[in-house]
Design a protein around this ligand. Structure first.
Ligand code: 5GP
Ligand code: ZN
Length: 119
């Protein structure tokens, strides 16, 4: 399938390899890489390779791909050793949600007690 490249989108550029990132898992449709400014001992971002603005747009446009994104998040949680003690998965959405990068991404946070829900 054709992968849309939005050239002024930071995460599209990471998917394209134009901007380096520490990749922890890659599938045909998803990419997981470490957050550049981690807010927990483990902080991984999971994106779809195809550009969608946010989780609301993705989930309505492509439920199967949404499932693939969540599968990658779960496998990352497992390979990062987060399953036993637990972890947090967050989708910030829009202005009130504090979303800074307008390309859908799950935050996978863990490796230490996380306290109140923030990201
Ligand atoms: P948001 O606020 O949109 O939910 O989260 C965006 C996340 O992207 C932030 O946690 C931020 O630290 C991370 N981020 C911003 N720029 C880069 C970058 O160039 N590389 C990586 N790996 N993460 C980034
Ligand atoms: Zn994008």
């Amino acid at each position: 399938p054709t992968i849309a490249l939005v050239t002024d989108c930071l995460f599209c550029r990471i998917v394209a390899g134009d901007i380096p990132a520490t990749v922890v898992r890659e599938t045909d449709t998803t990419l997981a890489f470490r957050d550049i400014a981690p807010k927990a001992a483990v902080h991984v971002l999971v994106v779809t390779k195809e550009h969608f603005v946010d989780i609301a747009a993705l989930a309505q446009a492509d439920p199967e791909l949404t499932g693939q994104l969540m599968e990658t998040a779960a496998i990352v949680a497992e390979t990062e050793g987060l399953l036993a003690d637990g972890f947090r998965t967050i989708f910030n959405t829009g202005v009130y949600g504090g979303q800074e990068v307008d390309h859908v991404h799950a935050h996978v946070l863990g490796g230490e007690p996380l306290g109140p829900m923030v990201c």
